[in-house]
Design a protein around this ligand. Structure first.
Ligand code: NAD
Length: 262
């Protein structure tokens, strides 16, 4: 029997088969969850719908998380289809290209607002909208990049600031929802080649340096993240909440990084 047998899991943020969300969906299906998928809008539909068909997913809904009405509507649709939900995954982030290449000091007010709105506030709004249909014991999770949130990752800029706020939001939500026995955690993944990552200036170098400098000397895959999401979604992590859990081949423990050393 799978670790998620009988659980209803909703995953927000699928763009294509390179998405971290796709790794999570595959792992959830393997462990027996009943999975629903949400994606941003029409542009994404072309890629997402064939993927959803491939796995025979019965609940595939559009939701632009910058729109409160769409968040409300998707929560109602989930209630109608699933009744109750056990796992909610937020795998969403956005910042303009300029903000991820220029010096951080030149971040525009609008660029800062957009990054915080889509990458952080949406997590709070989604959690709140779904809170009434989350079962006791439910698990809510988001995706962060802790090395960019707690330290400086060149070019990550406003997204690092947004991830710091996202991690903090996970802790505040964990406190609020604790009495309902709902857990909220953040998964901090090492760099993975995805659509969102392609927008970060110098990502290719960061990706390569990571594999050279991390204790395990290898990059992280969407399958690795999927397995961590299974653990957080399952009853194995029943008393884990408010945490940022790193899955980064140990990169974050390093105080000094010497690339290429064997
Ligand atoms: P991705 O591009 O596949 O996923 C990002 C998703 O955000 C896309 O599906 C996109 O449609 C969605 N999105 C953007 N604006 C939206 C909106 N207004 N409404 C709804 N959805 C919207 O890239 P990914 O790397 O899989 O990113 C998923 C999460 O993982 C993000 O939070 C990202 O910051 C985080 N993360 C990524 C890495 C990495 O190296 N790829 C590392 C750590 C954390």
């Amino acid at each position: 029997m799978g670790l998620l047998e009988g659980k209803n899991a909703l995953v927000f943020g699928l763009a294509n088969d390179k998405s971290i969300a796709w790794g999570i969906i595959q792992a959830f299906l393997r462990e027996g969850a009943n999975v629903g998928i949400s994606y941003a809008g029409e542009v994404m539909a072309k890629r997402v719908k064939p993927l959803a068909e491939k796995i025979n997913c019965q609940w595939v809904e559009e939701c632009d998380v910058s729109q409160d009405a769409q968040i409300e509507s998707v929560a109602q649709k989930a209630a109608a289809h699933f009744g109750k939900v056990d796992i909610l995954v937020h795998s969403i982030a956005f910042a303009g290209r300029d903000e991820l290449s220029k010096p951080f000091a030149q971040t525009s007010r609008e660029g800062f607002r957009t990054a915080m709105d889509i990458s952080v506030y949406s997590f709070v709004a989604l959690t709140n909208a779904f809170s009434s249909i989350l079962n006791p014991g439910a698990s809510v999770m988001c995706l962060t990049y802790g090395s960019g949130a707690t330290k400086v990752a060149p070019h990550y800029n406003v997204m690092g600031v947004a991830k710091a706020a996202l991690e903090s939001s996970a802790r505040y939500l964990a406190y609020d929802l604790g009495p309902q026995k709902i857990r909220v955690n953040a998964i901090s993944a090492g760099p993975i080649r995805t659509l969102a990552a392609a927008g970060v200036g110098g990502f290719r170098d960061m990706y390569k340096h990571f594999a050279d400098a991390a204790p395990l000397r290898e990059n992280v895959t969407i399958e690795d993240v999927g397995n961590m999401a299974v653990f957080l979604g399952s009853d194995l992590s029943a008393r884990v909440t408010g945490e940022v859990i790193y899955i980064d081949s140990g990169f974050n423990i390093m105080g000094v990084q010497i690339a290429g050393e064997q």
